[in-house]
Design a binder for this molecule. Sequence first.
Ligand code: PEP
Ligand code: MG
Length: 593
Amino acid sequence: MSTKKSNPKKEIVLQGIGVSPGLVVGPAFLMKADDKLPVARDITPEEISREVSRFEAALVTTKEQLHKIQKRVGKAMGQESASIFDAHLLVVDDRAFIEEIIRELNAKKKNIDAILEYVSEKYISALSAFEDEYLRERAADVRDVTRRILKNLAGENIKSLDQLKESCIIITPDLSPSATAMMDKNKVLGFATDIGSPTSHTAIMAKALKIPAIVGLHDVSVRVSTRDRVLIDGDKGVFILHPTQERIDQYNKVAQVRSSIQSGLSALREKPAETKDGYHLPLSANIELPEDVEAVIENGAKGIGLYRTELLYLVSEELPTEDEQATAYEEAAERLFPESVIIRTLDLGGDKFVSHIRKVPELNPFMGWRAVRFCLANLDIFKTQLRAILRASRHENVQLMYPLISNVNQVLQCNALLEETKDELRKEKIAFNEDIHVGAMIEVPSAALTADLIAPHVSFFSLGTNDLAQYTLAVDRVNEQIADLYEPTHPAIIKLIKRTIDTAHQHGIWAGICGEMAGDPFLVPLLIGLGADELSVSPTNVPKVKDIIRNVTYSESEKLASEVMKCASGKEILERCQALTRKAAPEILELID
Ligand code: PEP
Ligand code: MG
């Protein structure tokens, strides 16, 4: 952490949910979330010219976009339809509108997004009050164009991160997984959001990118202004606005302690993930992008237990081609051979959207058109991915699994499509592994309860506990308002995990765990005791989890598991788990407690 002179402003400490470890201090950069009303904040007189340039740039982009859309609509639907956009272009060119915005900016000294929103609302209500239909329609034009300019201003925010002279800490109401994925790691020291939870894909992505992050801070985006000095403790979820010099010094010491624990853990890299009484538990890693493979090796994981493939689709405006995907998968397979690489087929939907694929907004996206449901309805997209995975399987360490299975019929449909795809490749004389292992993710209660019906059709189960908890407990995994109800140690979850693992064993297949539970040092002994055959965790969690595995015995883990089966509450189960980890691995408590 860098140190600077103490700040005269009053220090404010906020407690959120630490989702990606690391301690950083630096200037804040306030970013508006997509599709949300802009957050108004005061700006200094010096910032006015920067806001004007942002506005001008957004106007230019908006105009270009409108011309493009007009052309496309003209081609597809004729000139009459395309002329609708003339009215939109008139708004962008309306000198009176633009001059009023600039006047208000100078007078009110607020960020341009808020000023634009304010002025346009004034126009909209004035126009809507007219009897004349033509004028009332102009209100809709102003609203549409304003939305577009605001979006471009937000995009400009994201782009301008590249242009910042100084690295910064992003403060925002919310961040989408794709915005997180597009962050420049060299410029973004960390981020903090009002909403979010540990198992949101934004949190998972932050961990993969090694960007310290805190979510669920409620109103941090309203309290902080750009350039305020802030401190983030991503391990413990502590956010400090205007930290004093004493506080920074104190955290510098904490950083040293943590770094010496981390270097102790890095000595475990080549050591096996084996309990004190000799039980070996394969410990692999979850990745999101091909470049994460290095982190798998660096942290001493054995292969990849979950390759989330969505990012390949989220980071580009176009669908990834079969060749692009095959290259991405093969890179991981080659680099990690002979360790296994389990590629999960596309899990779009829920909190992961791509505007160029998903068109219809859903009221309940997590319960909607997601994962295999989406793939089985878009066979061309699904088949392209299956072809790419099969091509990568010529390395023989590649396996694949289907997400969000909720009935055996989906497995049968996916398998049938896989066979059809294999046939195509055979005909085209393209090499692949005929015996590629196929697994089902068990992350919906109906799948856990009918695991016996699914088991005969797969080679393994992978328990996605993030979703299993969300669907079993009826708690949206990204909603921090109900975070206290999101209890992975709820007896219902523990029972479903046990039942799934036992069923797998009865059918002679293995069952691993790849949800965030597997990476929680407090829960590792319990998962060992429940009979998990593999744990797959984010690369940064591998050293901690390995340390726990190496410091407990299988027999005490088994005892813990059998004891918690009798517990009535998630809290009690968690406390028992915490007690065992605290006793077994006190050396890492500073990183997790
Ligand atoms: C899970 O649900 O636990 C899981 C591993 O999948 P994801 O987090 O990508 O939904
Ligand atoms: Mg899942």
